[in-house]
Design a protein around this ligand. Sequence first.
Ligand SMILES: [Zn+2]
Length: 339
Amino acid sequence: MKNFDEIGVSYFLNRHRGHFLEDLKTLKKAGFNSVLHTFSEADLLYGPGNVRDMVAISREKGFTAWISPWGVGKAFGGEALSDFLLENTSAWQVMSDGKKYPAACINNPMFRKFMLQWTDAAVSYGADAIMWDEPRFITEQKGKKKIWGCRCPYCRESYEIMNLKSMPLFKMDESVKNFRELSIKRFISFLSAYAKEKSGGKIRISALFTSPSAGGISPNSFFESAANLKAVDSLGCAPYWFNTPGRLDIYGHSLMAAKNLKEICDMSGKKPHFWLQGFGLKKGRETDVLKAIDAVKDSGIRNLWVWGFNGGEMMSSLSSENPEKTWSVIVKGINSGKD
Ligand SMILES: [Zn+2]
C-alpha cells in the first residue's frame, strides 16, 4: 500500500511556463500528485495570468491545484510584501501600546473587501482548493511586555458588542484571547462561504492553523477550535522545528501534532493534512525530515505536503544548506516503507 493518498508541494518564485513543465515532470516521477501555488499581492497586481496558467497546467498534467494568499496583507503567512498595506495604512492593526503594526486587521472592512477580490481571482482560475495559511493577529514581545493586536476601532467595537465592556488597554486576558480567536474563525468562515458560493460549491477549503500541540505558542487561533467551521473541508498543521531552541525530538514533536490533528479531524469529519518542513535544513541534518515523515506515517494521516519544492533553494532566506540533498531525502522518505 502507498504511504499517502496525496503528496503535495508548495511552488513559488517561478513563473516560467517551460521551467514549470519540467518541474512537474520531476514531481510526477517523485510521486507527487498535488501542487500549492502561492498567490501573492504582486501576482494579483502584475501576474494574474501567470498564476491562472500555472493552475491550469497543473490540472492538465493530472495534479490537484491548491492556491494560497501568500503574505497577503501580512495577515496570512508567507514571505511576500504587501501593497495593500502601503495603500491602506488605516487598515493596519493597532497594537496594545497604541502603535500601528504593518499587518492588515482581519476585522477591517477594506481588507475584507480586498480579500474578496483575491478570492474572486483564485476561484476564477479553477483551483481545486484554497488554503488559508495561518491567518493572524500580531503578538510581539517588547522587553518584558507582550504587545498584541488589535485595538483598531473595528475590533474595539466588535469586542464591546461581544463582551458588553471596553476592550482592555494593555493586558491580553481571556476575553481578548477569545475575541481574537473568534475573529479569525469568523473571517475564515466569511471568506470560505464566499469562495464556495462563487465556485458553485466546487472549491474545497483548507485551513492551516497552529496549535500548542504543534509547537504553536502565540495566543492565536488553533486548529482545535477550527474544527467546527462548516465551510472548511480540511485542516492542516505545520509543526516545523527550525525555530525551536535546543535539540528537539522531531519524531515525538511531529507525532503529537499529527495525532492530535487527526483525532480532531476524525471527530469533525474533516480531512487532515500535514506540512513537512522541507526548508531550512542544516548541512548534515537532512535526514531529520525522515523522523517527521515516519511520524506522519504512524499517525495515519494520508495527506502529506512539503514546504517547499527542491529544499527551498529558490529563496535563500528559507533554503536548506544543501537543498538538493534535502529534496532527495524527502523524496526517498515519502516513497519508502518505514524500515
Ligand atoms: Zn482591528
